[in-house]
Design a binder for this molecule. Sequence first.
Ligand code: NAP
Length: 308
Amino acid sequence: MKAVVITKYGPPEVLQIKEIAKPQPKANEVLIKVHATTAHAGDSRIRRSSPWIVVRLLFGFFKPKKNLVPGIEFSGTITAIGADVTLFKKGDKVFGLTGLRLGAYAEYCCVRGKVKDGKQETKGIIKKIPNNLTLAQSAVVASGALTALKNLQKGKVTKGTSILINGGSGSLGTYAIQMAKYYGAEVTAVCSGKNVESLRTLGADHVIDYTKEDFTKTGKKYDVVYDAVMKSSRFKCKKILKPKGKYLNNYWLSSIKAADMETIHNLIEQNILRPVIDRTYEMDAVVEAHKYLDTERKRGNVIIQIEK
Ligand SMILES: NC(=O)c1ccc[n+]([C@@H]2O[C@H](COP(=O)([O-])OP(=O)(O)OC[C@H]3O[C@@H](n4cnc5c(N)ncnc54)[C@H](OP(=O)(O)O)[C@@H]3O)[C@@H](O)[C@H]2O)c1
């Protein structure tokens, strides 16, 4: 099968399309014909080897493991199922996360789909696509929406919570704004001037243009500061937190459960949550997709279309 392989750690050009063996699902796995994946900040981190030690320990110390295929999230069609899988059947159109095994930048990938104690195992989270999204749109949902949800859960965001979301225009930020509004919070989002209007459209009550104003120096205090884009710090944000305020930055989140996937799925089908899609690239243009990703200017999400 055709796959994008990280041939060495470095700039987007290290991504090369190669022919590699098609994976075979184990008893607890499903085989997915990938429709689309994403140009994801995590894929860029692995390709660039950042943080150095973490990436090297997980994905190959001196050079990437043989045929290391990136791809944290996907959408596609199930074409084979392992003997123990009961939650899914051939032909199901699904979306989800590959987890640390990666592999969605390929024509096929395997994901765990086994049922254990009546619940889907959490490693490799998959679900049928929402009925109001296309397969391509569904590819951008799992990682960003679930990570944003876990942060809002950790911050106990609810009716009346005042939350500041730094990096409101990124993948995590666009999901976090919509969900925080749905949970009844008063949302202040931070982005550059060109994204101000779109964040208001997503529901932000207040938007701070960081090119004009430092959000840590407005004199306002918040119950929660979510540094979605991870460009600030707990130290800098301390002075804008209320006495029992919480600072969140995507670290130390509780594990994703099947119920979280259910929540995201329901919010989308109820038209409460919509993925923001900036651009779509073909698989052959993966280097261009990663060049754009590395500008750190993408708005929402970028699709990489695998299936023609
Ligand atoms: N996406 C995920 O599922 C996920 C999961 C876990 C962890 N993370 C980590 O979380 C971070 C954010 O991920 P992401 O996918 O949301 O990023 P992203 O989509 O790549 O973020 C791009 C956005 O960040 C904004 N931005 C850039 N510099 C900024 C700054 N100094 N202040 C405020 N906004 C700024 C840009 O808006 P402007 O053009 O307006 O500046 C752009 O819209 C990354 O470090 C990633 O590794 C991501």
